[in-house]
Design a protein around this ligand. Sequence first.
Ligand code: ZN
Ligand code: ZN
Length: 1010
Amino acid sequence: MTDKFKTKSSQALTTEYRPLELEKEIRQFWEQNKTQQAVASLKEKNNTGIVGFVEGPPTLNGIPHVGHARGRLMKDLRYRWKTMQGYYMPFWAGWDCQGLPVELEVEKLLGVKNKRELLERVGEERFIQECKKAIMKYHKEWVRLDTLLGVSIDHEKAYWTYHDSYIEREWQYLKHAWEQGLLEEGHYVVAYCPGCQTSLSSAEAGYEDSYKMVEDPSLFFKFKVTGSKNEYFLVWTTMPFTLITDTMLAVHPQAEYAKVKVKGEMWILAKPRVEPVMQELGMKDYAIVETILGSKLDGVRYDFPFKDIVPKQAELEAKHDLVHRVILEDFVDVDTATGVVHQSPGNGEEDFFAAQKRGIPIFAPLDDEVRFTIDAGFFSGLFARDADAKVVEELRSRGLLVEVKTVKHEYPTCWRSHHKLVWMARKEYFLKTDKIGSKVLEAAEKVKYFYESPKNRFLAFLREGKPWCISRERVWGAPLPIWKCESCGAKTFVSSKVELIEKALEKPGEDFELHKPWIDRIKLRCPDCGETMRREDFVLDCWHDAGASPYARYTDQEFSEYVPVDFLTEGIDQTRGWANSLLLEHVILTGKPEAPYKAFLFQGLAQDAKGRKMSKSLGNVVEANKLLEKYSADVCRFYMLRKCSPVDFMDFDFNELSRRPYQVLSTLYHLSRFLLQNAEFDGFNPKKHTLQWAMHEGLLKKADFWLMSRLQETIEAYTEKLDTCEFNVALANLEDYVIETVSRLYVPMVRKELWTDDPETLNRRLAVYTTLWYVLKTLTLLFNPVTPYICEALHRKVYRKLDPTLPETINLEDWPKPDKKLRSKKVEDEFKTLFESVSLVYASRQSAKLKRRWPLSRIVIVADERVCKILKDVEELFLELTNVKTAEFSQKAPPYVQEEGWVPTTEGSMQVYLDVHRDEKLLGEGLMRDLARRVQALRKELGYMPTDVLNAVYVAELDDESTSFLKPYLSIMAELVRAKIVQLHNSREEMKAEWHETQMDEKKVYVAIA
Ligand SMILES: [Zn+2]
Ligand SMILES: [Zn+2]
């Protein structure tokens, strides 16, 4: 045994692929050598171009899960790939630190139930400190995720949305909006969360995730036509409390309405709804008496029933003639409910517009906690949804209740606290993005989205084009920098900290920062009337913080160099989130129909193995750091990218990790290790034994050319698919090449050549190493963006070991480009034909029950001229692969194959005839191969390197006939199993050795090696 060789190589690579150990070692190497920084600074100085990037900042309010890990590694893949292509990409981290998500998390930690309690018990100043503490806690978890997963993002250059410097630059977006008249204060109906006590943007209210099944009343009631004897409008609602703020009834002007006689009364409702509604109400006795067009109902007055208990409503009616009358509106849907819609401008968006259009005042008697104010009379003090029952009761006592049941339906709830949202009119600040809608759409249409469905979804959302409510009645956020005069109402927009301190009536202290409560203490002098101005008490929607990142995270110089960035990727939920706010803010800032990103990949979200959403309540959330403590980062990375298309929802299944993904990486590992061991043994020098050398010396065979040709195809297809973000397809290509082409087909074709240490054939062996060096090294480069740990390890321990002039880290290597000179379609076609015919021979052997290891004497292939010619050209390889001594290729079956002893097999237009007769020689050789296979398995089992030479192999207790068959083949067998000698013994007793029992055709045989 060559001991020297054994110790040398085992230090470098372990016998088994043990990724957790290997990754730990590589992680240390990266940390000690500051590899990430070194690569970045080299590329910054010396690159072929710049690829811009802005980090979509994770909110620091929770622990990262496996879905986050998937998103981060798609970014890392892009970074590593582009870096190897020679680009410089500012892959810098960023953190979303402020806003409702963080506040609610901290409220939970502090055990506070709502905002009022928060302000009374904790106070703003301490609350802000607690928020800062909380984000630092979660920050650690995210950094750990990147470290374990091998995400090469720069944390030292991270941006933090709560830093004054960031907020100041964020204000520049608002300044542009302010100057263009796009930032306005106004009353508007907003989605409001009673739990969080703040309004939400329409994007937030529309999150798919926020729709939950809830139970609500299903109420049919009637409003009497004023002055009639017994005519009523029949109306339906699921929100009885909105009757308190009702001011109009709407009908569709072009729809037909019916007067229906029921129980001596006349009910008015949309004609197509008569039958279904009556059925639902269980009314059998009814008749349509009259049909009228909706437009004829215009201006009809009705008796609002609660004028006595809500005196403000009586006041409104007296002051405004249109209050409590029928109006005509196209938005009325006559295919649902009764086609008569009651309007509460204080609690509904369409209702609000309908009232505004007609100059009807908005009646919105609700406070910050969504309780009715004193203006709601009898209902004052009640929480809106708690008033539902009271309203029903009042209707009943007035004889206006028709029916009340409950209905289960999907209703939007708060995406953070899950309270049912309430729509109510409030004073807020809006970015009037509806005014720049066409520019926004134009910008969005120029972006590349890679997949149709998320693109359509994003554009459809943008087409809604609603104004963006950016004010929040909360504490921990970027403050709205608008001061308003207490006396004359004049407003001042402040755009920097310096400007603010300069204008302040009283200079702030040392601890001043751009947050509540400090900023609220600053008062300004009104330039118009000289009175005091106070800040408008709002903070900004945190989506505005994140959307400001392209400008706020960079300097002016960097902004002009990097933005619009080349590529961004985030979860599909960000169509309404970050992708949207980035786009709107950029159009406002630049005034141009341009997005801050040229391409955006929306990823599907992560689910559990059964395809269920991951949620705390189901207990099926996979925490990323816990996962990566137990499982290899490379295996996880490969799995998550290979498993499905990036837009698909990924069903994460632990069981799948250790199967195919592990197998692929393990194969890559062992192929490189196989090369290293053999190459070192034979003194391979990649500087000297180049492809050029091998070609010049005529040492390459067809199989080598075929392998390299297939590699060119793989490089091309793989790179192309990375470019179109079909990561799963890209990796399927790579996987197929490693497993099928290299490992299953090529290596068996050359293994026998490498078996010997005959100096006569040394050059041929070196030529095989040259081929393998080129192919496997290229593969390692292609794998690097996906599985960086194993690739760095192979780079250092195999390729750099054989060629010390290679760079310190694989990340400084160049991305492989396909070499046209090595591509040969002809050779690929030939090999395709070869493998097809070989597999037909295998099928034929199987039906004749002849193992592939057993040599056969003759074979006849009947096929067309083209196939025959190809097979003749690669005859040597064909015989080797099929393990047959001679072959005949013919277009017609020769007569002798009709004789006994020939087995025919047909597939398509090809036939195989196998001569199944085996003489002593063939039997002996077959037996030898069976035995050799057992010795190989034993070598592996006992931990011998493939290159180790054994002193001896002993075989005992073969029967006499087998012994005589085998004897002529002992020296061939010795060569095959890399042993100096093979000895046969009659009995185990003859020699003391560690015998291993094995079965040979149901007989026991014993083998020992030394
Ligand atoms: Zn909420
Ligand atoms: Zn003033």
